[in-house]
Design a protein around this ligand. Structure first.
Ligand SMILES: [Zn+2]
Length: 432
């Protein structure tokens, strides 16, 4: 367990900043050929109508040169963003801030496995910065390949247990990988014990604190499984693992720095979790030379990413979309919703991409929806209906999502959906 850094650590970035590199070095012949073959494949894929082609192109490049990821990031300043919730938004935020300093290669499409990363890097070969969202299981290998300047660890929540296997397994691999890249600045969530355990003992550490509403995943210590002792935001375990002192704390109005100063933080994106995401992005960009004030100004202009929190008109209704793919995201969104009394349509699917196990529905405080018009929909609306009934929430169940929307009163309607339900519903409303 690392000891907490001095609280004023959040302010030293501008002075320490590394200057952006003017241009990336030439690629070795093998990599250059692999990139060219990948581009040709991507072009062919687009021409034959098989999709945007980026991922298949990246796959071909990696097949021809397995070290392409490392070669393509050589000479660039790299930020890696990972965690269960908020990767896409935080990646977009970090890229937005760094664009003030120079061009940025980034996988804004959310293709966060190595083929997607290679595709993003090939699409911006001369950009001096790369901001890469990386799926959790790939993070140790991607750190080894890219030797990043900064790594953002947002949170490690339950849907990961499902897919990645033991959290402790990732934890050990991540720590070993960070041990080999001691120049990397790690920006990590001080409120999440699993993150704190995984971050381990690194030289450059920036602890960030938001106001995590979701603590159920971390009632026990990730290292020794004892029950954690909590007091306010503080948590500690008898084995010694404890909440480090954050150098960056976000409140409902401000970003507070470790030296006691604060900067007003205004975002267009709603929700406390986005305020937390923003601060991790500011801290990461800071490690690469971006000033806090410039970063805050850039983020204030930022519009929602990938349809999350976006609104769409639908037959006399204004739909407000909220994505929730696991208890942490769902809880944050529900608390945000509880401030209003607009009708709400909840859509739940249980496909592979959603995780087939929907037991997490039982951890979401649907009780918050009391007193509102609630319509359950989606492929797993029956599971959802059972859960709502146990929460004492009066509701109707309408299996087809568009029909469910039509059952909602005219005016503003909140649509609260998990991953594939969210994606499909936006597409259906667009086509309707
Ligand atoms: Zn412990």
């Amino acid at each position: 367990m690392s000891t907490a850094p001095p609280p004023e650590s959040g302010l030293r970035h501008a002075a320490d900043a590394k200057a952006p590199v003017p241009s990336t070095p030439r690629l070795p012949v093998r990599t250059a050929l692999a990139v060219r073959a990948g581009r040709a494949t991507a072009w062919l894929s687009r021409r034959t109508g098989r999709g945007a082609g980026g991922i298949i192109g990246g796959r071909v490049t990696l097949l021809l040169d397995p070290s392409a990821l490392g070669r393509l990031t050589k000479g660039r300043h790299v930020v890696i963003v990972t965690g269960t919730n908020g990767k896409t938004t935080t990646t977009a935020m970090t890229a937005l801030i760094l664009r003030q300093l120079g061009a940025v290669a980034t996988n804004s499409d959310g293709a966060n496995m190595p083929d997607g990363l290679v595709a993003a890097l090939c699409a911006a070969p001369r950009a001096p910065f790369a901001v890469l969202e990386v799926d959790e299981p790939y993070v140790p290998a991607v750190i080894d390949a890219t030797d990043p300047d900064a790594l953002i660890l947002l949170n490690f929540s339950r849907d990961q247990l499902d897919r990645v296997g033991e959290v402790s397994h990732l934890d050990a691999k991540l720590r070993a990988s960070l041990g080999r890249h001691s120049a990397c600045t790690v920006i990590a969530n001080a409120d999440d014990p699993v993150v704190v355990s995984a971050a381990g003992d690194v030289n450059h550490m920036e602890w960030v604190s938001g106001d995590a509403l979701w603590l159920h995943d971390s009632t026990t210590c990730p290292r020794c499984a004892r029950v954690l002792r909590r007091s306010g935001r503080d948590w500690r375990c008898a084995c010694g693992l404890h909440r480090p002192e954050p150098g960056w704390t976000v409140t409902d109005t401000d970003l507070q720095l470790g030296d006691g100063s604060s900067v007003p933080l205004v975002l267009q994106l709603p929700g406390r979790f986005n305020r937390f995401n923003a601060v991790t992005a500011i801290a990461a960009a800071g490690a690469l030379g971006a000033e806090v004030n410039t970063a805050v100004t850039a983020l204030a202009q930022m519009a929602p990413v990938g349809g999350r929190f976006s609104t769409m008109p639908f037959e006399g209704r204004e739909l407000r979309f909220l994505l929730a793919k696991n208890p942490a995201g769902a809880t944050e969104n529900l608390v945000m919703l509880s401030a209003t009394d607009t009708p709400v349509v909840v859509a739940v699917n249980g496909r592979e991409a959603d995780g087939r196990d929907l037991s997490w529905l039982w951890d979401v405080p649907f009780e918050e929806l009391g007193g509102r018009t609630v319509i359950a929909t989606g492929e797993r609306c029956q599971d959802l209906s059972v859960r709502l009934s146990y929460a004492g929430i009066e509701h109707v169940t309408v299996p087809r999502p568009l029909d469910a929307l039509r059952r909602a009163p005219l005016g503003t309607v909140d649509v609260f959906a998990n991953y594939t339900a969210f994606r499909d519903l936006i597409a259906e409303v667009r086509d309707a």
